[in-house]
Design a protein around this ligand. Structure first.
Ligand SMILES: Cc1cc2nc3c(=O)[nH]c(=O)nc-3n(C[C@H](O)[C@H](O)[C@H](O)COP(=O)(O)OP(=O)(O)OC[C@H]3O[C@@H](n4cnc5c(N)ncnc54)[C@H](O)[C@@H]3O)c2cc1C
Length: 508
């Protein structure tokens, strides 16, 4: 069965060629051993381990339509409504376990977006991208590889398209075409989990116009390919992170993620790994399909994060005996509603999707963008409640080393003791550190706001997809401007409660 154990995964990461990774002005010798990546390594090991867990494996695995074998859901395109629902549930559950990114979702979403897109390009142009993708995908599934997606270009002047930038490398592009492949150059600025990946899927960050067609490129590159350079960014938050168990209390939790900047310094990509090259006219199709899956996941994974935060906030409230007070109960309930709202939007996006001619299942874009839109907003109220309820000491608490020190420790124990019977001061510190981690220590809130696109990106897509003309017609009938009521019935019967497809929606 092609499902790696955590040890097998580590062995394959160890077997990568030496990589050009930078952190704080120095080259990192071994990402598996560096303390700044310790929680990331724990995260990805846990993801591999859970695929074998008797109670999780059904959620994390599926039968490959390409090989007929069991494979990890992260390596499979969505092929049915059930797959989409499984993806939502998997994202939510794993966020509840980890409280951070799983690293493997962006890659799986690039796969889901490229699967129908390559099919359409081939159909229109007679290319063989779809077969290339399927061949590469079979290998990824059989080897159970971690694929992360790199989209976000530096972008320079936001008011100019890629080909209008002062620096032509502000967006990643093809700089040379050879008989056997292409050479690409550029950068992708914040890639989650990339230092522990096997494969990097490079796709455009936005649509491309004909005169900028060199920017329309999608391909898979081994993470250790010559010319791939990485700079690890913000994580951990401060110097408390270390290697002993006491310091792990200060980090807040065992699992974490990381973001690194990727510099693609004239990297050669052989043809069999190229899935789009200069097909600028299909970049809107890819964006449509990719974001529909990516933003479905953004909703459910933030739902899981809010659930975990809610659990921690309940414990924090218990620790100072305020859980039963009216406004605290209301705030806890609101956090629960936030989690379920995000989950519901994500699930609904999967349910109201459609079957593409390639066999892929495409989630409903408007619902997926609605999930992402709310994921950029609602978790921030949840974070505010968590921080308020854990009280100010949660924001400024001394370190675990002080608490466990023989001279000052007993005094801290006395003054920070929780009000709840059976709970220790160390328990209370752990709870506060978990909230701190999710609220401001880690990149969890940054992920909610930016990861998978920000508020405006989701709003813009919603604007394209909402069928305003149709809704205005319904209102005209309702208020009597339009006297012919059958018009409303006709309009409503077009969807029978289902989501509208606006004029900007990619039609199927
Ligand atoms: C924690 C974290 C994890 C991430 N992980 C990944 C990853 O794994 N892979 C990946 O590819 N990316 C990743 N990203 C990047 C993320 O997708 C981007 O941050 C996001 O899409 C927003 O792009 P940006 O940061 O360039 O901001 P911008 O798009 O530059 O937005 C900045 C501001 O400018 C405004 N703006 C920009 N352009 C315009 C315009 N033309 N008109 C009007 N207003 C405009 C925006 O609305 C916003 O207010 C991650 C980011 C974070 C913070």
């Amino acid at each position: 069965m092609p499902l790696k154990t955590p040890d097998e995964y580590i062995a394959t990461i160890r077997a990568r060629k030496p990589m050009d990774i930078w952190f704080r002005g120095e080259k990192m010798a071994d990402p598996l051993e560096h303390p700044a990546l310790r929680s990331s390594v724990e995260t990805i090991k846990r993801i591999y381990e859970l695929a074998h867990h008797p109670k999780f494996k059904e959620l994390l695995t599926t039968k490959s339509h390409l090989t007929g074998e069991v494979c990890n859901l992260y390596t499979a395109p969505l092929m049915s409504m059930e797959d989409a629902m499984q993806k939502s549930r998997m994202a939510r559950s794993l966020a509840e376990v980890l409280g951070c990114c799983t690293f493997r979702c962006t890659g799986s979403e690039a796969i889901s977006g490229l699967y129908p897109t390559t099919y359409e390009i081939d159909k229109a142009k007679g290319t063989d991208y779809h077969e290339r993708l399927k061949t590469w995908l079979k290998w990824v599934q059989t080897e159970d590889l971690t694929v992360t997606a790199a989209l976000t270009d530096p972008k320079g002047d936001r008011r100019r398209k890629a080909h209008e930038q002062k620096d032509p490398d502000a967006y990643l592009r093809v700089v040379e075409k050879r008989d056997d492949g292409i050479v690409i150059r550029g950068a992708k600025v914040n890639q989650t989990g990339i230092l522990l990946a096997h494969e990097v899927m490079i796709i455009p960050t936005t649509t491309v116009l004909e005169n900028g067609q060199e920017y329309a490129v999608a391909c898979a590159v081994p993470a250790d390919a010559p010319g791939m350079k990485y700079v690890l960014g913000r994580w951990p938050v401060d110097l408390r992170v270390g290697t002993d168990e006491t310091e792990m209390i200060d980090v807040g939790k065992k699992y974490g993620d990381h973001q690194a900047m990727l510099i693609v310094d004239d990297v050669f990509v052989p043809n069999e790994r190229v899935f789009m090259c200069q097909d600028w006219d299909f970049t809107p199709v890819l964006m449509e399909f990719f974001t529909a899956v990516h933003r479905l996941t953004a909703g459910s994974c933030k739902s899981g994060g809010v659930s975990l935060l809610l659990g921690a906030t309940k414990l924090a409230a218990d620790s100072i005996n305020v859980s039963g007070i009216g406004h605290i109960k209301q705030k806890l309930a609101e956090m629960g509603i936030t989690s379920e709202t995000l989950y519901a939007l994500s699930l609904a996006a999967g349910v109201e999707g459609f079957q593409h001619e390639s066999g892929a299942w495409i989630p409903n874009s408007l619902l997926a963008h609605s999930a992402k839109f709310q994921a950029t907003r609602l978790p921030f109220d949840a974070v505010r409640y968590a921080r308020e309820i854990m009280s100010g000491i949660g924001e400024t608490a001394p370190s675990a080393k002080d608490l466990l020190e023989s001279e000052i420790g007993p005094m801290l124990d006395k003054y920070l003791a929780p009000a709840k019977e059976g709970m220790t001061t160390e328990d209370r510190l752990r709870i506060m550190r978990l909230i701190e981690n999710m609220a401001r220590g880690s990149n969890w809130t940054a992920m909610a706001l930016h990861g998978g696109g920000n508020t405006e990106a989701a709003r813009l897509m919603a604007l394209r997809h909402i069928n305003f003309d149709k809704l205005a017609k319904l209102a005209e009938v309702a208020c009597g401007i339009e006297k012919d009521e059958t018009k409303a019935a006709d309009l409503i019967s077009e969807r029978l409660g289902k989501i509208d497809r606006g004029p900007g929606m990619f039609k199927k």
